[in-house]
Design a protein around this ligand. Structure first.
Ligand code: PEP
Ligand code: MN
Length: 337
């Protein structure tokens, strides 16, 4: 971090600033310029509060040399992180596929879909038990009963389960019942929730916020990791842009950026990005082409009757066909590396 001081900055004020910086754990290296002086900082610069530094009247600007995230940063962890869950893995090569309905609706539905996606080669089962919906009048999920049904589906197939946690109230239950805790788009900056999942020993799938920058997303990962839980999987699920034809705009360049900046695995959710089932296959292939470590795909046996997100759900037959294509594509990508 480099702090540029104002021309004629008062020495007493600069001395207080240096004290504050040293207290934060930084070494301060001053350099005299012809018109302005600068302070070079080394050490725990991520602990320096930029806003606080800017509040000193002797400071003109603060230039960041390093990213504000440490644990998520590839700089300090050059190798890709692989997260293992049972017999499945996300990251470190191969393609993980998390498939299943938007929400758990009944035993027959979730166990039936779990068997179908497993037969097609999915490596995780997804299913929402607690649903964060835009309208309070929409289906809110089967909640505790939904978690019980997910466990039955896991027992029937052996597939690890991924489900969304919406409140710290249910954290203990999720730690006992699910294999990967999903933090949804709407909660990407719910810092209390992030801190809480940072304290447990359970992989967390962190979806990108609706209008979040890549840096904000990585800072949310950092929140979880700072608590000691380093098993974070990032999920690009489309962001809000001016376009309204699609539900969101799938930001595939974010996959490349995040894999460049971070060692964490990245999966792509084309279902919530597009909002339309017929776009899901092509977007899934595009995600593999840019190097995603996995996909999250909504699958429903009767999308017309789905209680949530039927329009973006693939039928099991289409999912099966897609899986065959993805396996060939993923093998081709790996052989080209
Ligand atoms: C979901 O995966 O069911 C979901 C609600 O996703 P998102 O948080 O990306 O909207
Ligand atoms: Mn959904």
């Amino acid at each position: 971090m480099v702090i540029v001081l104002t021309p004629g900055a008062k020495e007493e004020e600069v001395a207080v600033l240096r004290e504050v910086l040293q207290e934060a754990g930084c070494e301060v290296w001053p350099t005299k310029g012809a018109f302005q002086d600068i302070l070079g900082l080394v050490g725990e610069t991520h602990k320096v509060d930029r806003e606080q530094v800017m509040s000193f009247r002797c400071v003109e600007k603060v230039l960041a040399v390093q990213d504000p995230y440490k644990k998520a940063n590839r700089l300090f962890h050059p190798l890709d992180t692989a997260i293992r869950v049972g017999n499945s893995r996300i990251g470190g090569g191969g393609l993980a596929v998390i498939a299943g309905p938007c929400s758990v609706e009944s035993e027959e539905q979730i166990v039936g879909i779990a068997k179908q996606v497993q037969a097609s080669g999915a490596t995780f089962l997804r299913g929402g038990a607690y649903k964060p919906r835009s309208s309070p009048y929409s289906f809110q999920g089967m909640q505790e009963e939904g978690l019980e049904l997910l466990k039955l589906a896991r027992k029937a197939t052996g597939l690890p389960i991924v489900s969304e946690l919406v409140s710290t109230d249910q954290l203990d239950r999720f730690v006992d019942d699910v294999d990967v805790i999903q933090i949804g788009t709407r909660n990407m900056q719910n810092y209390e929730l992030l801190k809480a999942v940072g304290e447990v020993n359970k992989p967390v799938l962190l979806k990108r916020g609706l209008s979040s920058t890549i840096e904000e997303w990585l800072m949310s990962a950092e929140y979880i990791m700072a608590g000691g839980n380093e098993q974070v999987i990032l999920c690009e699920r489309g962001i809000r842009t001016f376009e309204t034809y699609t539900r969101n705009t799938l930001d595939l360049s974010a996959v490349l950026a995040v894999k460049h900046l971070s060692h964490l695995p990245v999966v792509v959710d084309p279902s919530h990005a597009a909002g339309m089932w017929w776009m899901v296959e092509a977007l899934s292939k595009a995600a593999v082409a840019v190097g995603a470590d996995g996909l999250m795909i909504e699958v429903h046996n009767e999308p017309e009757r789905a209680r949530c997100d039927g329009a973006q759900s693939l039928k099991p037959e289409r999912f099966d066909r897609l899986m065959g294509q993805l396996q060939r594509l993923s093998a081709l990508e790996e052989s080209a590396m």
